[in-house]
Design a protein around this ligand. Structure first.
Ligand code: 3HC
Length: 288
């Protein structure tokens, strides 16, 4: 683990910015990369706001906030990541994009670096297959919101080496996270269980069993979940939930993973949840 000093985070969206924040807060040098300068600027604002919240709650000091911010640099070029020891990819959840990114990382990033993906459902073995270092490719699946959620799900591809797994488990601990390891099966562990629950809630809504509010209240108050399934779907993004259900349905081949038609309709209508301002609920202020 001691070999990890510099961490590259690719993708400056909700997950990428959270990952950059937790790594930088633990003293690692972080380089956040995105093709869009606008996304990088927005991510820096999100990180600052999140740190401000933690300062206000007296969970960190103002000095710790500054130190975290000063550990993060940004770039729009993948070439600038060449010297990192660990790269964590958190780009858009799209197979073709991830395969082309990893093939590029493999050419540009130093040979002994570990290449991790924060994918929520794409096969790590498949991603590793486009590189010349499959033993150094692994899944690091963070949960949203990254600064708050304690879990990192570590996914071993078919050819991931024991050394890579150990390094990533230790690194995850060093950034304050608890790990579980999962095999490279569709949906891994968390989404294999979580997304069918959300999908079932959408089926319940579609069948007219109850209103969104009552479905969520039932699960919040009846099973002690912090958010009801529909509220959580809006939080994660309905497009993401649909994409994961499609991977489960195709990869496991069982009808029980069939995406709810209403979920598909919401996505087709551009109602993605919080990020678009409307999903099962309406949000004011867009990207809240
Ligand atoms: N940065 C810093 N602090 C944050 C934060 C952020 N981004 N978001 C929330 N917080 C802090 C708040 O300041 C607050 O701190 P406190 O406990 O000291 O007061 C605490 O977290 C709780 O926040 P709020 O009071 O604003 O709101 P809630 O109590 O409703 O909690 C929540 C918000 C933590 C998001 C909670 O509702 C929750 O745990 N929801 C479930 C989240 C979940 O299940 N995530 C996993 C999704 S699945 C996934 O990510 C996998 C993917 O592949 C699909």
């Amino acid at each position: 683990m001691s070999q990890i000093k510099e961490i590259a985070v690719v993708g400056a969206g909700q997950m990428g910015s959270g990952i950059a924040q937790v790594c930088a807060s633990s003293g690692f040098q972080v380089r956040m990369q995105d093709i869009s300068q606008e996304s990088l600027d927005r991510a820096q604002g999100v990180i600052e706001k999140s740190l401000d919240r933690l300062v206000k709650k007296e969970k960190i000091s103002a000095e710790q906030k500054q130190s975290c911010l000063s550990n993060i640099t940004t770039s729009t070029k993948v070439e600038d990541l060449a010297s990192c020891d660990l790269l964590i990819e958190a780009a858009t959840e799209n197979v073709d994009l991830k395969l082309s990114l990893f093939s590029r990382f493999d050419q540009l990033i130093k040979k002994d670096a570990i290449l991790a993906s924060n994918t929520s459902s794409i096969s790590i073995t498949k991603i590793a297959g486009v590189t010349q270092r499959p033993e150094k490719v692994i899944g690091m699946h963070f949960m949203n919101p990254v600064p708050i959620m304690k879990l990192v799900e570590v996914i071993n591809g078919l050819r991931t080496s024991e050394e890579t797994t150990q390094t990533v488990l230790e690194l995850s601990k060093a950034i304050g996270k608890t790990t579980v390891t999962a095999k490279d099966f569709p949906g891994f562990l968390v989404n294999r269980i979580l997304c069918p629950m959300i999908n079932e809630a959408v089926f319940a809504l579609e069948s007219g069993i109850a209103s969104p509010k009552d479905i969520d209240a039932a699960m919040k108050l009846g099973t002690n979940q912090p958010m009801g399934p529909l509220e959580l779907a809006d939080f994660v993004g309905l497009d993401t939930v649909l994409a994961i259900m499609e991977v489960l349905h195709e990869g496991l081949g069982e009808d029980k993973y069939r995406p709810a038609p209403l979920l598909r309709q919401y996505v087709e209508a551009g109602l993605y949840g919080r990020k678009s301002g409307q999903g099962f609920y309406e949000y004011t202020g867009g990207n809240s």
